[in-house]
Design a protein around this ligand. Structure first.
Ligand SMILES: [Fe+2]
Ligand SMILES: [Fe+2]
Length: 401
């Protein structure tokens, strides 16, 4: 009848608009960890189901895995087993009225969670070239015995949107992994050249990030600083062994050559393609030996000309040099301390004394406020407890174990 026809039209319109809304929400979320629960929530809602499981296919291990199956911890299952494992392997949809009647249905979840799986609609997720990348499983249709052919069509449309969103976020994740691994490789190259200072770049990065948070830098500024700090001394791979590994004080010519490392760092980093928002990495890295009074190198920039990131790294860099073993002597108020780490109070007083000449006073202040956290980060690892505990106890006794 005409009324039926109208109701049908209305129903289809509703389905279509919720499909468009979900597609829009899914493609807007690129973070994999947030996308995963978002898909589950949206699909459960628009399919009027009780539960949804989302599995990603790991072709290398021949397994399915899931991050969140509504509050349940990560699950891995072999391809070919159970409903989702079969759908993943065959690539064919499965629509069953009562899962418990299937001999291959695994009741473990139901038994552990006092749940009764009845109707199941399970659909393979494919990427843009038709390769299977996952499985979407909707469980217990509300108000009906089972999922019908309309649900099948609807979930199929939904699944293709899920596929696009998943593939985008997986690609981004992959890209980020490969970017971070090239950065780690570069930084490992400097560490390999000079074992005594290995770990220096990582510590400078961690100290810099603590200062950055203390000073309220933006997300992009923090990311930029992170990569500038981890790579700041990469130019040292261009310094000859005779100088880089020299045990003792430099003569002026050697000092001059050593001081070319920030410029070499910049030359290397200028060739690297940094993601959007991180174009400043080479510029921040090249200025880590500048001083706010203009007496630093390579450009002799003053405080107001220097990027904040470089001024943060300057404090982190010197603090680490003073509190680490070095193969050249340290000098403090006429005393020679060999290559040993300088006593902590002495290192702190150098930072304070040089605030306004070498260092930006705001950066020194920010570093001092997060000093206990910085020391705790490497306590027992780089710092022996007896080296840092007095200082931590005097500043923040609650932090000590
Ligand atoms: Fe340096
Ligand atoms: Fe350094």
């Amino acid at each position: 009848t005409a009324t039926d026809h109208l109701a049908e039209q209305k129903h289809l319109k509703e389905l279509l608009s919720s499909l468009i809304a979900v597609a829009y929400d899914l493609t807007a979320e690129l973070d994999f960890d947030r996308l995963f629960p978002l898909i589950i929530g949206k699909v459960t809602e628009v399919m009027s189901a009780e539960r949804t499981s989302l599995y990603i296919i790991d072709w290398e291990r021949h397994e399915l895995w899931t991050k969140v199956a509504e509050q349940v911890e990560q699950i891995r299952l072999p391809l070919g087993k159970g409903i989702s494992g079969r759908v993943a392997e065959s690539g064919e949809m499965l629509n069953v009225a009562d899962a418990w009647e299937l001999p291959y249905f695994d009741r473990t979840f139901d038994q552990e969670h006092q749940f009764r799986t009845r109707s199941v609609l399970c659909m393979p997720i494919k990427n843009h070239v038709g390769e299977k990348i996952g499985v979407l499983q909707v469980i217990n249709k509300k108000g009906k015995e089972r999922f019908d052919s309309e649900d099948e069509i609807f979930l199929k449309a939904l699944t293709s949107q899920v596929g696009i969103a998943l593939e985008n976020s997986l690609l981004i994740e992959e890209l980020l992994l490969s970017f971070n691994s090239s950065i780690r490789t570069l930084s490992a190259m400097v560490d390999a050249r000079h074992p005594l200072t290995a770990g220096h770049s990582q510590r400078v990065t961690d100290y810099s990030l603590l200062i950055a948070r203390e000073m309220g830098l933006s997300k992009d500024e923090v990311e930029t600083l992170k990569y500038a700090a981890i790579l700041h001394d990469i130019g040292k791979i261009g310094i000859r062994d005779a100088i880089l590994l020299k045990n003792g004080q430099f003569i002026p010519e050697e000092r001059a050559e050593m001081n070319t490392h920030p410029v070499k760092t910049k030359a290397i980093l200028d060739k690297f393609h940094f993601p959007k928002g991180m174009q400043e990495v080479p510029d921040i890295a090249v200025h880590h030996h500048e001083k706010v009074n203009g007496q630093g190198y390579p450009d002799g920039l003053t405080g107001d000309q220097l990027p904040l990131g470089s001024k943060i790294m300057a404090v982190a860099d010197v603090f680490d040099a003073l509190t680490s073993r070095r193969d050249y002597p340290k000098y403090a108020s006429g005393e020679t301390l060999n290559g040993d780490p300088m006593p902590l109070p002495m290192a702190i007083s150098i930072l304070k004394k040089e605030a306004g000449t070498h260092f930006d006073p705001d950066v020194v202040a920010a570093f001092l406020s997060c000093l206990p956290q910085a020391l705790l980060l490497y306590r027992g690892d780089h710092f022996p407890p007896e080296y840092v505990d007095d200082m931590i106890r005097s500043l923040a006794p609650d932090l000590l174990p």
